[in-house]
Design a protein around this ligand. Sequence first.
Ligand code: PGA
Length: 246
Amino acid sequence: MLWVGTSWKMNGTRAFAREYAHELAEAGISSADGVQPFVIPSFTAIDAVADILDGSDVIVGAQNAHWENSGAWTGEVSMLQAKDAGATIIEMGHSERRQYFGETDQTVNAKVKAALAHDLIPLVCFGESAEVFESDKSIDFIVGQIDAALEGVEDTSRVLLAYEPIWAIGENGRPPRREDLVAAFDVLNERYGSRVEAILYGGSVNFDNNQELLGIPGVGGLFIGRSAWTGKGYLTNLRLAAQTLQ
Ligand code: PGA
């Protein structure tokens, strides 16, 4: 199964979310073609999207959740609350959260454990900076992030990993070339491939590189930002991914 999903980051009103979700519902996406779709809206839209996609094969997620169930954590949302809103996947460790909101390997580890305890799927993002990449230290760096994220977790079989090199993400990112990723996925697959649900790639995925990226050995899916921020864009990415399995 290839996992192909999108995070909308901090984009979209509830009206946008409903329209997008209806577009997916009407498209009748099915995971029977070997692609598991998932959509991660902002917190405010999780329930609306989950309601519309209820009964479909599309899994809905949250972009973050706290490891404690409740308490004095102003501004945070717990795993319980995210689940209550309709989330099944919990994203964690994205470089934007590490850079701007104090996410650390330790908080990611606490979140992995909390998500699994609530029967949620942790989507653990990791990735190195351009500086680390250029100094050829990427593999040690990302293995360190993953090992820290999974420390003390006995059963990691439901975990999704997403390799998101910082140099490849967002408007200032450079779309990766195949040769930028082959060695890393080789190691990732060998170390974690049999222990986790799937290892995804994310960062400047677009219609032109979607299939090439899925052709890299060890890549078990795509985690997409900008090119899936319209229903049509996401559906095109799903269709391209499904073609690689034919
Ligand atoms: P992008 O975002 O596809 O817009 O580069 C990827 C991400 O941050 O997950």
